[in-house]
Design a binder for this molecule. Structure first.
Ligand code: PA5
Length: 464
């Protein structure tokens, strides 16, 4: 089992727009400093995600709940947003068979369907709730803070339906995933005898996929959660930062940072060549954007890369034109999968052998086509001076996914140190939240209400 990073095409000696040799040679020292910041954060208890692979008690909270729930539910619905939803979505897409929710009970071997809301669009929520058999549904309400407006609104809508349909049995169809001590969800759970599992205090939303945020739903749908944690643990051990070139998270973070700050590559694309991994790219976008896009007080400036999610080969017919010939402001990180599931590949038949546009395809497999297209795109970008790297996974399974999550989470903390920002907070979303509270009449939003009311009213301009 292995995950390796091929960064040949990130280097200036190979790709004209790549990282210059002198910058890479000097990076060891910058990495030592970043590593020291990382160690300080770890020592002060801020990097709770590092301890998750060995936290057996926490793991057991999820597996015990899942065991007790066996056979009771046909549908599991996660209410949450941001870091409380993107991890479970990535897990579902990667590790459950495609179209899981469309499969019959037999094909799902009695395991429930898994829905993740991740928004408050009434169309989606109304449609789902109307279709569910509430007596056979479990709602996981996930919120680290226990008070996020969107998630609380989802909960209130669901709770009202449950109360009306199931009466006193409603709490048996709920489980809260939240901070061990704080927040409104914790208070409601205590008062209403609703089961809860913990998100450790030292793990923030976008770093929480390997807490019960991801592990509980994964356990409920039969994903091998021990393997997820084992892969993550192995990656955490590999990223010990003795030497930059031995530390995959260090290599990833440093190359992206240098490509940005030395060579203007501020747009950083993650492009798996695997449908199973497409939502890992969406998960990464949140992690990288919310962690690194910050106001750097020292120089009173906004910094940070712009992550973009893409999918191979699909985006070869969409975004790749831009990556090849558009502004030279991007890096592309591919994710390639070395082995497919046994029996999971499809051979292209030898039909229309006399038609030159089709004949050459016969005898290859669809998996071969995908892999060859990935290598071809990486090579083509390199020829055009566009730096890129490839993360190779042996296969898409729980172990490798756990390792990939951990790799990118550690890289994010290193990158925070390199950009000299705090990767663990998100003060930039606060003002919008306060203005929302103000307009919805939240009692403690008086100051925001005043600020909102004082905003100048520009002359409206519409195009109708
Ligand atoms: O990374 C973060 O902290 C955020 O993106 C949160 O995940 C998101 O805002 C949801 O917050 P909560 O889990 O507190 O409901």
């Amino acid at each position: 089992m292995a995950l390796r990073i091929d960064y040949t095409n990130m280097m200036g000696e190979v790709v004209s727009g790549g990282v210059a040799a002198d910058a890479w040679a000097a990076a060891e020292r910058a990495f030592r400093d970043a590593r020291a910041v990382f160690e300080r954060r770890r020592a002060s208890g801020e990097l709770g995600f590092l301890a998750l692979p060995t936290d057996e008690q926490l793991h057991e909270q999820s597996t015990t709940f899942a065991r007790d729930a066996e056979g009771r539910f046909d549908d599991v619905v996660i209410l949450g947003i941001g870091g409380s939803a993107l991890g479970p979505i990535a897990l579902r897409t990667a590790l459950l068979p495609p179209s899981w929710n469309m499969l019959g009970m037999d094909e799902r071997v009695g395991l429930p369907r898994l829905h993740v809301l991740d928004n408050v669009d009434p169309r989606t929520i109304g449609h789902l709730l109307d279709r569910l058999e509430l007596r056979r549904a479990l709602f996981i309400v996930t919120s680290k803070s226990g008070g996020t407006a969107e998630t609380m609104a989802q909960y209130l809508v669901v709770r009202d339906r449950l109360n009306r349909v199931l009466g006193d049995a409603a709490p048996r169809h709920l489980v809260f995933v939240t901070d061990p001590q704080k927040g409104a969800l914790r208070t409601i759970a205590r008062a209403g005898a609703i089961p809860t599992v913990d998100i450790p205090a030292a793990v923030g939303g976008r770093f929480s996929v390997l807490t019960p945020v991801g592990i509980l739903p994964a356990a409920l749908v039969g994903i091998d959660t021990a393997a997820l944690l084992a892969g993550a643990g192995e990656m955490a051990r590999r990223c010990t930062g003795e030497r930059l070139s031995d530390d995959p998270a260090g290599v990833f973070a440093m190359l992206q940072y240098l490509a940005h700050t030395r060579h203007g590559r501020h747009v950083q694309v993650l492009m798996p060549y695997s449908d199973a991994l497409r939502d890992v790219a969406a998960w990464f976008v949140q992690l990288w954007a919310e962690s690194l896009g910050k106001h750097r007080t020292a120089k009173d400036e906004g910094v940070g890369p712009t992550p973009v999610a893409a999918l191979g080969a699909t985006d070869q017919h969409s975004q790749v034109q831009l990556f090849m010939e558009g502004p030279p402001d991007k890096t592309v990180t591919f994710i390639a999968v070395n082995e497919r599931d046994a029996g999971g590949d499809v051979t292209i038949p030898h039909l229309h052998g006399d038609v030159k546009e089709l004949g050459y395809l016969g005898g290859h497999s669809l998996g071969d086509l995908l892999d060859i297209e990935q290598r071809a795109t990486a090579g083509a970008l390199a020829v055009r001076g566009r730096p890129n790297m490839t993360i190779h996974l042996d296969r898409v399974d729980a172990w490798h996914l756990g390792a990939l999550f951990m790799l990118l989470e550690i890289a994010t903390v290193y990158a925070g140190a390199l950009y000299d920002v705090n990767p663990l907070d998100q003060p930039g979303v606060e003002l919008g939240k306060q203005f929302t509270y103000a307009q919805l009449g939240r009692a403690d939003a008086e100051q925001a209400r005043q600020e909102w009311n004082m905003l100048p009213e520009p002359e409206p301009r519409f195009c109708v």
